[in-house]
Write a protein that binds this ligand. Sequence first.
Ligand SMILES: Nc1ncnc2c1ncn2[C@@H]1O[C@H](COP(=O)(O)OP(=O)(O)OP(=O)(O)O)[C@@H](O)[C@H]1O
Ligand SMILES: [Mg+2]
Length: 285
Amino acid sequence: MMNEEKRFSFYELGELAEKAPKLFGIPTGTKLDEMFYKLEEEDGKLVKKPLGGLPYLSIFNISGIPDTGKSLFAEQFAAYQAAKGYKVLFVTVESPANFLYSAIREKCKALGLDFDEAEKNIVVIDASEEEELRENPKALMETMAYAIKEKKITNVIIDSITGLYEHKEMMARQIVRQFFNFLKKWRQTGLFISQKRSAQASESVEAAGGLAVAHIVDGTIVVDKKLIMSQREANLYKKDIGDVIRFIRIDGCRLSGHDTRTWVFEITDAGTVEIIAPLSEYIRR
Ligand SMILES: Nc1ncnc2c1ncn2[C@@H]1O[C@H](COP(=O)(O)OP(=O)(O)OP(=O)(O)O)[C@@H](O)[C@H]1O
Ligand SMILES: [Mg+2]
């Protein structure tokens, strides 16, 4: 082995055919599922076919300022997947894990999902109560790897990834990259919740730690809200002054085609995400 140089391998594109993941959707239980698509040939023409979910094996950033529905969206995805029998690993970094139990139960009730099934299929790692897990990515990844292997996990949620680099935002890229590579290695479909300071332009993809984070993941979903404060806005958005209007948008996706419009959504009384219509249509109504 002495004096032997380390060599990296290369591939002919054709050799990668077997390794290429199939393109299909992992449903989130929201209308977002019809907003990703692939092109298929039909009678000699290319037509858009909805994927029916997030692209399989994709890792998405869900980015937004406080109280925009990021956690609700992540919980809905978890509940939906788990109720259908798929194993979900939920890493809570912000709020203690016991809150998740009632959140998932309420969502199942509202969406008509089987909670008994969901309960069995969601595995939780509570990093909110364990400083070691928040401060030491290696420790967290070891715990996650163990859970993924033992419980045959296929979907992973980290709420939030920004909570893993609090007070060290210059590390943001490195930490996001580590978790991204980790989930790729374990062949997971994943959501990273990215908390944004209100001071940053709220509709942008820029998260705490800088724009750079968005380049690492496969795509970003931006959620936003706006407080209606003038009669002009009230007329435009068909709301009352003092109401809140919520927006969701797929900002980018490397793995498939997607709808690029801004959509209006609501948070229902049961805490579920209900995407209503593209903003342009909503305003025209
Ligand atoms: N069960 C519920 N019923 C009705 N509304 C709810 C429910 N749960 C949450 N909400 C509303 O949805 C809002 C968004 O909640 P969510 O926890 O998803 O925000 P977030 O984007 O994760 O915020 P943060 O960045 O602070 O974690 C809450 O502030 C609340 O107004
Ligand atoms: Mg949250």
